[in-house]
Design a protein around this ligand. Structure first.
Ligand SMILES: O=C(O)CCC(=O)C(=O)O
Ligand SMILES: [Fe+2]
Length: 266
């Protein structure tokens, strides 16, 4: 299987199978689920980032758990996000633990992520793009509330049955939804959302007011190792790196080495 960005552009989403390196997958699964178990007891309490209130989906998850930050800015994500956006000039925006406990009353009505944007005018004017890279942390079956996406190509709803280690990449303007988890197993995703513009600081969205808004990430994503952000960086081991490379076509590899090479000399 090759990473098919043209298909992503046409459909508005892409399901990548078995693409997340094992180490960050394990960390994200463990810590997203633990966060959910902790914060399910704090619904409605104030928070000092994101929407400003604890709800069932935990936005700005890496503000609650530092290990998740290493997943959000993982070198593997540098490569994947750069390929989908077709630019290395990206900003951090939001990372979210979306964990549905067995039988939990937690579903997502039809929406596109940009309708909740802090900068709705910018969305409407097409000033920037966001893409949501959803890490599939546990197997997602038909009755566990799988993601359904409106395929822009066919105009039909695709139900995405996915396995742990897959990734579901959804453009910020693509409609999607998901139902309740009716199984007796945890259904967990970790959503890494980036933007081509800094949008996290102030909130201007009259369609979706957030009276307690604090802030989302609002900073450029610096790709170099050991620079000012102070994030822990994990290097891919050889096996993970070759695992990743097999998803790239020759053109995509060339594009990556061009843009990442350029970035280093800036
Ligand atoms: O995991 C899901 O079911 C969808 C989550 C989602 O759409 C979102 O967080 O915006
Ligand atoms: Fe969404």
């Amino acid at each position: 299987m090759k990473l098919n960005i043209d298909k992503f552009d046409a459909q508005g989403y892409l399901h990548l199978e078995d693409v997340i390196p094992e180490q960050p997958l394990r960390v994200a699964r463990r810590d997203c689920i633990n966060l959910k178990k902790e914060y399910i007891n704090k619904l409605g309490e104030p928070r000092d980032s994101g929407t400003g209130v604890v709800w069932r989906g935990l936005e700005m998850a890496s503000m609650l758990n530092e290990n998740l930050l290493t997943c959000y800015v993982h070198p593997f994500m540098e490569q994947i996000a750069t390929s989908f956006f077709k630019t290395p000039h990206l900003c951090l925006f939001n990372d979210q633990a979306v964990v549905k406990l067995p039988g939990e009353d937690f579903a997502f009505p039809e929406h596109y992520d940009n309708q909740y944007s802090p900068d709705l005018e910018g969305v409407k004017n097409g000033e920037f793009r966001t893409i949501n890279f959803m890490w599939v942390l546990t197997n997602c079956e038909a009755d566990s509330g799988p993601i359904e996406v409106l395929n822009n190509n066919t105009n039909e709803w695709d139900t995405i049955i996915a396995k742990a280690g897959d990734m579901i990449v959804i453009d910020g303007n693509t409609l999607h939804r998901s139902g309740h988890n009716k199984t007796n197993k945890i259904r967990a995703m970790y959503a890494c959302v980036y933007s081509t513009k800094r949008i996290g600081k102030t909130y201007k969205n009259e369609d979706h007011p957030l009276p307690n808004f604090k802030y989302f990430y609002n900073r450029p994503w610096r790709f170099c190792k050991g620079c000012a952000d102070n994030y822990k960086n994990y290097k891919l081991n050889k096996e993970d790196n070759s695992h990743w490379l097999q998803y790239l076509s020759d053109n995509e590899r060339k594009f990556l080495s061009d843009v990442i090479g350029k970035k280093k000399t800036e």
